[in-house]
Design a binder for this molecule. Structure first.
Ligand code: GLV
Ligand code: GLV
Length: 328
């Protein structure tokens, strides 16, 4: 019998991290493209000392009960951890790890890609060409929004929000407004950013980009009222979490022309329902949660997730530790 700790890895992650996990532990890797069903997951984790999880796994009291009291660590392969009941993990002295830092620029790049795509109608016009509608150069056709010198409103000035603001400010000469629970000195100093209340941000920004974590104060923040406070020329970008947005309200705002366009990397639910009316709108660009999908981000995430898992199994401080209060 193996003396290595048993772990369950809920999906194949890059070899970069997986290799070390396979060497150091008695690991079972879920090798299917789709996540294990809840029942299967709960069976697979029974008796494990560690789990390497994805956002698709709900890590809650039921999960901890199914795993058993020997569970030491859950290493989440993501920077966000809204899938984890952190207080419950802490109560049970289970360490929770995440993967910050390595996906900051990639996520901000994607936010910017969505911004320019939505503002300049890229996806809609690519489709137009593919569908053979291009007949002539149209003086009045396909007109989008300018980017240079405009105002970007950042909701959540963390690492990713800052990276997006920096690109917009230095690359496109934009004025930066932000809404956050705290003052962010480097943004104020280096980007001449201004911290404002949410209503000011919505009213004054040409583009609104969400980079906040999902919590009770941000859930549903982008509702009918919020979209009505934005400019009619506004572009709304969400690369954070789907539930920040009331999707039906976003649809209504886009359909009625209350805002110009939107770009989403995240939806609620994920994947988006195939009959969600947002999918019918030409002014809504949706990609399938790909912000961290670059070679260095995914390798970096795999490396940190492996470190977190292996350190947690030894009851050592994690490299990126969500709940240090869970350990000694
Ligand atoms: C992806 O959304 C992540 O949190 O890493
Ligand atoms: C995540 O990395 C953030 O702080 O924005």
């Amino acid at each position: 019998m193996s003396t290595k700790p048993r772990v369950f890895v809920t999906r194949r992650i890059p070899e970069f991290g997986l290799k070390r996990v396979l060497e150091a532990t008695d690991a079972e890797v879920w090798d299917e493209p789709l996540p294990p069903s809840r029942d299967v997951l709960l069976k697979k984790i029974a008796g494990c000392e560690g789990v390497l999880s994805l956002l698709t796994e709900r890590v809650d009291a039921e999960f901890f009960d199914a795993a058993g009291p020997q569970l030491k660590v859950v290493s989440n392969y993501a920077v966000g951890f809204n899938n984890v009941d952190v207080p419950e993990a802490t109560r049970r002295k289970v360490r929770i790890g995440n993967t910050p830092g390595v996906l900051t620029e990639a996520t901000a790049d994607l936010a910017f890609a969505l911004l320019i795509s939505a503002a300049r109608r890229i996806v809609e016009t690519v489709k137009y060409v593919q569908e053979k509608h291009w007949k002539t150069w149209e003086p009045l056709g396909h007109i989008g929004q300018d980017l240079c010198g405009k105002t970007i409103g950042i909701v959540g000035m963390g690492r990713i929000g800052y990276a997006m603001a920096r690109k917009c400010h230095f690359g496109w000469d934009m004025r930066v407004l932000y809404h956050d629970t705290r003052q962010v000195e480097p943004a104020d100093r280096d980007l001449q950013a201004q911290r404002v209340d949410i209503d000011t941000l919505l009213a004054e920004s040409d583009f609104v980009s969400v980079h906040a974590d999902l919590n009770p104060s941000t859930k549903g923040l982008f509702n009918r009222d919020a979209f009505r406070k934005m400019k009619r020329t506004a572009v709304f970008i969400n690369t954070a979490r789907g539930p920040h947005v009331i999707q039906k309200d976003l649809y209504d705002a886009l359909k009625a022309g209350e805002i110009f366009a939107a770009g989403l990397d995240v939806t609620d639910p994920e994947p988006i329902a195939v009959d969600d009316p947002l999918l019918t709108l030409p002014n809504c660009v949706i990609v399938p949660h790909i912000a961290s999908a670059t070679v260095s981000s995914r390798n970096g995430m795999a490396e940190i997730a492996a470190d977190n898992l292996l350190l947690g199994l030894k009851r050592e401080p994690l490299r990126a530790w969500v709940n240090p209060e869970s350990g000694n």
